[in-house]
Design a protein around this ligand. Sequence first.
Ligand code: FMN
Length: 327
Amino acid sequence: MAVDLAGRLELPVPVVVAPMAGGPSTPALVTAAGAAGGLGFLAAGYRDAGQVREQVAQVRALTARPFGVNVFVPGSAAVDRVALDAYAARLAPVAERLGVKPGEPRWDDDDYAAKLDLLVAEPVPLVSFTFGCPAQVDVERLHRAGSLVAVTVTSPAEAVSAAEAGADAVCVQGAEPGAHRGSFHDDPAEPPGAGALPLFDLIPQVRATVPLPLLAAGGLMTGADIAAVLAAGASLAQLGTASVHRAHRPRPGQRLLPGVHRRGAGRLPARAPPDPATAHRGRRAGRRRGAAPVGRRGLAAHPPAPRGRADEHPRRGGGRGARAMST
Ligand SMILES: Cc1cc2nc3c(=O)[nH]c(=O)nc-3n(C[C@H](O)[C@H](O)[C@H](O)COP(=O)(O)O)c2cc1C
């Protein structure tokens, strides 16, 4: 029988503040999400297990509300160094303007095994995985520890893999989300965005394929958006970019990137207008596997990143313990 996610996670409000690696998902944001009746997430990506342990302890010191921890499933080490170096060269002027120095690209497994051991030893209510599917044996370990397990999926086929691994829920990520797109594979032979489905196409397809409860993510900015995904059959709505605007709201008129200003302050932005710069949903969505520099409007002013998330992130000033120069 499908898990009652909102019930198991004691959520009076069916909203999840998305895991956001690179800085935004602080213990304070997790606590605020819980206090508002929703579910907050720590983002374990780009941190080692010790840093995740510290953040989990901080959340526990701040709140007794349930929360989640999101883990990156390590991918392939194959990367196009020429494309990566060209991308770094294109980023250089932005880095200089922001007063940061891009790091050296490197691949590692993001301390995956140690994080799993940590989450088994010190369980949290929900563990979600992104960029791949955890092994069934690891899902079983987390279940035995008392955690629910969710897997981010971007297609019905990925949802099947998640169900076969024993996941309790899938986080259905449409073509619209901020930052990376959490698909399992990043095939250089495919054109960017190939097969990327908008959220409202993906939800019914995944529902028809697996009997798991859904968290829906991608482009949700308003109460009406939340109501719409719930009406479409999602159990919970997961919001990322909207939470970044709240937590890291720039001052009015502050420059984010050249030519990109925040319009006013004190309110969430309206849904992005369908102008050519932002009308990439679906068609160009595969590029989201690369970096979205400073939210939606920043993306329009910025070149797409090459494939190779793990290696490319340090180029953007991220990496363990570091705050990314961008998202
Ligand atoms: C700055 C930023 C960082 C993110 N980092 C992660 C992450 O570490 N793990 C993850 O599963 N999703 C990550 N995401 C994706 C979100 O979890 C969520 O799916 C997405 O933000 C939803 O789309 P929205 O930003 O349009 O609301 C990130 C999103 C943003 C904006």
